[in-house]
Design a binder for this molecule. Structure first.
Ligand code: SF4
Length: 157
């Protein structure tokens, strides 16, 4: 499965619990004022990669306990997000996803909804500069929610 990426950070301790490999998707329609990663907005920029080749590399690091999909907007490439999230779960690793969409919007898009069953934690909603709070764990603005989808899987399926 082809995916367009902005980059990969092999180890991070700020994008979810524990040491995580962060996969940054390329392309984002949200255009949040104060975005931390504006170079990720153009869907034609970045580089093409194969999801099947990413996971063995990033999860080959024994320190890494899971992946985080960030961006950019992972749900603009839902089939690639599905392949990565499902592949990580099949390898016994946890999955965090950052999205500018709210869960209610994702639930209305079938291709995106399928990804949810493989996500442990979803950080949802756009970054809102007026709601910015540096003290918040794992998110940038107060409107964003930390949703433990791992506890909701009966309802999501
Ligand atoms: S969703 Fe994230 S990457 Fe997209 S514009 Fe907002 S802060 Fe930037």
């Amino acid at each position: 499965m082809q995916v367009r990426l902005a980059g990969i950070k092999p180890e991070s301790v700020t994008d979810g619990v524990g040491v995580r490999a962060v996969i940054y998707f390329q392309g984002c329609p949200h255009d949040c004022l104060g975005c931390h990663n504006p170079e990720s907005h153009d869907p034609s920029a970045g580089y093409a990669a194969d999801t099947a080749e990413i996971l063995p590399v990033v999860l080959g690091n024994p320190l890494v306990e899971g992946i985080t999909l960030s961006g950019g907007e992972p749900f603009e490439q839902p089939l690639a997000a599905l392949a990565l999230a499902r592949g990580a779960k099949e390898r016994g690793k946890s999955v965090w996803v950052y999205t500018g969409y709210r869960l209610e919007e994702i639930l209305q898009r079938p291709a995106c909804r399928r990804v949810l069953r493989y996500i442990d934690v979803l950080v949802d909603g756009p970054f809102v500069l007026a709601e910015r709070d540096l003290a918040l764990p794992y998110r940038g603005s107060r409107n964003q929610r930390l949703l433990a989808l791992a506890d909701w899987q009966d309802w999501l399926n």
